[in-house]
Design a protein around this ligand. Structure first.
Ligand SMILES: [Zn+2]
Ligand SMILES: [Zn+2]
Length: 281
């Protein structure tokens, strides 16, 4: 089975997200756990958390189909003390929120080292993951690959593996593959998607691939730019997504659309589910 759906808005109330996903024909979805651009937000109300869980159950979703995305302000690799303190607090808060709504996973960007050496950034990122996970059970953090602009970490599979290896909480870490970011970082998802996914499987193993973000790319191969496009409208092209959703790495994982035109989501979901149907029949 494959699970496909978009990154859904939590506007008004987080408990509305599962219904919004279902209305689009989605079998998976992603969401932020609070406004992603602010440091502190009100707690999730008890009633909202329980009605989120109730809606997830009633609409046929489960934990395997939902992958929350951490806010953008967190920088786990930052060298700045104050930034580190705030990032850790926020990351812990995001984990707490995920658990409150019954989810045991969180997707996050590995961070930007800003100053100094890349190696220092990798170490700092691993350290923050250790701190954030120190008193947490039964929870996985997925490090998302990046296009590698500026000093952003995570633009190669090997670098994601390095962060995981350096952590004391290895067992609680996995990855998310973003097709647009991979392409920007120089992985040719247009012509070699199967090879790239095979490589990810051989480095990490299936258990550590916690999700895939399905985005086409406006930017060129190896441009180091992160510019999402609708499926089939960008440089990667629609056929590559057939290959991706029919690959073992994508099976039974949340496959999340972060494509730029919401009005196409329903159609994109349908197309991807159909690719898979054609593949298995
Ligand atoms: Zn992301
Ligand atoms: Zn992106």
């Amino acid at each position: 089975m494959i699970y496909v759906g978009p990154h859904i808005s939590i506007a008004k109330d987080i408990s509305l997200a599962p219904g919004r996903a279902k209305a689009l024909g989605a079998t998976a979805f992603a969401l932020f756990l609070k406004n992603q651009k602010i440091w502190s937000a009100p707690d999730i109300k008890k009633e909202s958390a329980s009605s989120f869980k109730e809606n997830v159950r009633a609409l046929g979703f489960n934990d395997d189909m939902i992958l929350p995305h951490a806010g953008y302000l967190i920088n786990m690799a930052s060298p700045d003390e104050e930034m580190r303190r705030k990032s850790l607090l926020l990351l812990k808060d995001e984990i707490k929120r995920a658990k409150e709504i019954g989810i045991r996973k969180l997707n996050i960007h590995p961070g930007a080292y800003i100053e100094g050496e890349r190696e220092d950034g990798i170490r700092r990122s691993a350290e923050m993951l250790d701190q954030a996970l120190s008193d947490v059970d039964d929870f996985m953090i997925a490090l998302e690959d990046t296009a590698g602009s500026g000093s952003n970490l995570g633009s190669s599979l090997e670098e994601l593996a390095q962060i995981i290896d350096m952590s004391k909480k290895k067992d609680c870490l996995g990855i998310t593959l973003d097709t647009c970011h991979l392409y920007g970082a120089g992985y040719d998802m247009r012509n070699e998607a199967t090879m790239v996914l095979d490589k990810a499987l051989s480095i990490f193993g299936k258990d550590k691939i916690l999700g895939v973000h399905l985005n086409d790319s406006k930017a060129d191969l190896a441009s180091r730019k992160d510019r999402h496009d609708s499926l089939g409208k960008g440089k990667i092209g629609l056929e590559a997504f057939r290959e991706i959703v029919c690959h073992k790495a994508a099976e039974e994982r949340p496959l999340i659309l972060e494509t730029i035109d919401e009005s196409l989501w329903e159609e994109e979901i349908k197309t991807l589910l159909q690719f898979y149907q054609e593949y298995i029949s």
